[in-house]
Design a protein around this ligand. Sequence first.
Ligand SMILES: NC(=O)c1ccc[n+]([C@@H]2O[C@H](COP(=O)([O-])OP(=O)(O)OC[C@H]3O[C@@H](n4cnc5c(N)ncnc54)[C@H](O)[C@@H]3O)[C@@H](O)[C@H]2O)c1
Ligand SMILES: [Zn+2]
Ligand SMILES: [Zn+2]
Length: 367
Amino acid sequence: MKTKAAVMYEAKQPLVVEELDLEGPKEGEVLIKYTASGICHSDYSVVHGVLGGRSPMVLGHEGAGVIAEVGPGVTSLKAGDHVIAVLTPSCGECWMCKEGKHYMCSQMGKLMATGRTLSGEFRFSKGGKPIYHMAGLGTFSEYAVIQAGSAIKVLDNAPLDTVCLIGCGVTTGVGAAVNTAKVHKGSSVAVIGCGGVGLSIIQGARINGATTIIAVDPMPEKRALAMRMGATHGVDPFAPEGPIKQVKALTGGHGVHYAFEALGRVDTIEQTWSMIRAAGRAIIVGMPDQKSKIKLSMTGVFGEKRIKGSGYGSSSPKRDIPRFVDWYLSGELKLDEMITKRIKLENINQAFDEMGRGEGARSVIVY
Ligand SMILES: NC(=O)c1ccc[n+]([C@@H]2O[C@H](COP(=O)([O-])OP(=O)(O)OC[C@H]3O[C@@H](n4cnc5c(N)ncnc54)[C@H](O)[C@@H]3O)[C@@H](O)[C@H]2O)c1
Ligand SMILES: [Zn+2]
Ligand SMILES: [Zn+2]
């Protein structure tokens, strides 16, 4: 069959929106018709060569849609099911899944690293030439073939062009607060970078009962949006005092219990270490070039400060995706407010330019 998709032929070049050939689902796979896809900074980082990616590739990894067809052996889903596509198939069988670390399912690693199906094949092609797909999902295409385990069924009344954000940014951010950090009631939190991921961390911190939530972002509109999501204070990191002094001043000079980095830069990752109090935790969610090195001062090491990475919000997709959808439907999780624009696939390059300038929280492609 044919599908319309946005393809990265070369890093640092605009994506090309064009018609591709798509092979149907094989053993253990499903054909999904995406309703919508959010645009995450990780897509931007692949386009800009910060995170590795193969070319040509259909990008996109934050989608939701409807199952159009199931492949042989798939019993968990049927045509017509509404689903959120997730980063990890969470196979339940691999060494990571057996330890309960579903968010690090080794199948995800394979899908991410190869840009192919688990069997090492391709489903997208153009003129007979194979095309990779990001994270086994390729949500910048109207149709895609994905692992059945990468599709989590959701309630039919969940609006797919909104809950698609749960596919990556929301699960990553809310999960970082409630699963990775386990933010405690009455605690203080700072979040550096208030895009889709940072705003979700703020919401997770609010839901878990943090009482001081400091949003650090240079864009005044991002800080204002963060306040609507539950932040209690906004800090402009480019103000003369700098972000560390400002965060400390808001926490009695001690620093916060938890500082999250949700931007993906070495300097801001280093800032989290200086923002936390003794016995505090720095949680790194943003993804810089994986070869970069960070420098941390020994000051604080014996004050039992800790630093921890957070991958996909330490989530267990089968448990967390339906629970985050419930939180949205009950009004606890605000997703509509995070969507700045709904756009057509054809406008994807413009949306990337806006992301580069720090404008808007999330743009969502609607098919
Ligand atoms: N760990 C994971 O599993 C995971 C999953 C998804 C995304 N990510 C990463 O999370 C990061 C954030 O993604 P996003 O989609 O929310 O990005 P985004 O582009 O939507 O948001 C980034 C925000 O940072 C702000 N910013 C810019 N400079 C700043 C500074 N000096 N100090 C503070 N804020 C600043 C921008 O104004 C913007 O609001 C990216 O690095 C992405 O790759 C990680
Ligand atoms: Zn993402
Ligand atoms: Zn697994």
